[in-house]
Design a protein. Structure first.
Length: 276
């Protein structure tokens, strides 16, 4: 029996709204970056989607979803809210099963080591408060009781190690049906713009998980977001898929003409369904 997955990511609804017409599907798989403010905006939107479709929603938060909040308190609150919203919240390697398909999910922040000899440079560039990753300024990391600091690459690198370990442990558990891994950050450099590492900051978008994709516990499908271009390729025994909307460039209308909208990813398919 095949299971139909409706695959989406990087909707960025806080930047520009989107009216979705859900296709026929069995499970919605959303690989992060729905909107900033995870608990206030994202989970209510997902709860509404779940109510509208009556179908399971598997969701992994993206980096953007954590913006304008404190990471640890948001995570604790989201864990409380997600069950009532009917949403499978997968953040750190958790597992959900629907229609015979096992889903393993994590945000999977990168290890910054996509190009090993450039790792220190990548982390330094990522931490720059002017030209680096917005996450550094937009998310707060708890250092201790009542003490918060910037969400620096050293923090996300540790989160990556922890989450990767849990994902791999979940994959190692025998399962008779297909397994789908869902992450926000990409598992291979082929997902990058241009299909390969080009600059130090590319290490903020993907890690090299070839050993997992080609290993004995490789999943059937790996869904990710973060890179605002569509991807569909194979590494080892795993199909890697991304269907991000990205941002929308809006030019105001003049002289009675409507505004012009230019999607960042023209290949985004709001009704993309894949079968496993």
């Amino acid at each position: 029996m095949t299971v139909r997955l409706w695959v989406l990511s990087d909707l960025h609804l806080d930047v520009y709204p989107l009216d979705l017409d859900p296709p026929e599907h069995d499970v919605a798989v959303i690989a992060g970056d729905v909107s900033e403010r995870l608990c206030r905006h994202v989970l209510p939107w997902l709860a509404d989607l779940r109510a509208r479709t009556g179908k399971p929603v598997v969701y992994v938060p993206g980096n953007h979803d954590w913006w304008k909040g404190k990471y640890q308190p948001q995570l604790a609150e989201a864990r409380e809210l997600a069950p009532a919203a009917g949403v499978d919240l997968l953040v750190e390697g958790e597992v959900a099963v629907h229609a015979g398909v096992r889903f393993v999910g994590a945000t999977l922040w990168t290890d910054w080591g996509l190009c090993p000899d450039q790792r220190a440079r990548a982390m330094s560039d990522g931490a720059d408060r002017t030209t680096g990753m917005h996450d550094v300024r937009k998310i707060q990391n708890r250092r201790g009781p009542g003490s918060y600091s910037a969400f620096l690459p050293v923090v996300t690198a540790q989160l990556h190690r922890d989450q990767r370990r849990r994902v791999e442990a979940a994959l190692a558990v025998p399962y008779a049906g297909p397994t789908v891994v869902v992450t926000h950050h990409a598992p291979h450099e082929r997902s990058l713009r241009g299909g390969e590492w080009q600059t130090p900051l590319d290490a903020a978008y993907a890690s090299d998980l070839s050993a997992v994709l080609e290993g004995p516990h490789a999943p059937t499908l790996w869904v990710h977001g973060h890179v605002h271009e569509s991807r569909d390729y194979r590494v080892g025994g795993t199909r890697v898929l991304s269907n991000p909307r990205g941002y929308v460039e809006v030019t105001p209308g003049t002289r009675g003409q409507p505004e012009q909208r230019k999607p960042e990813n023209p290949d985004f398919d709001a009704a993309l369904v894949v079968e496993v």
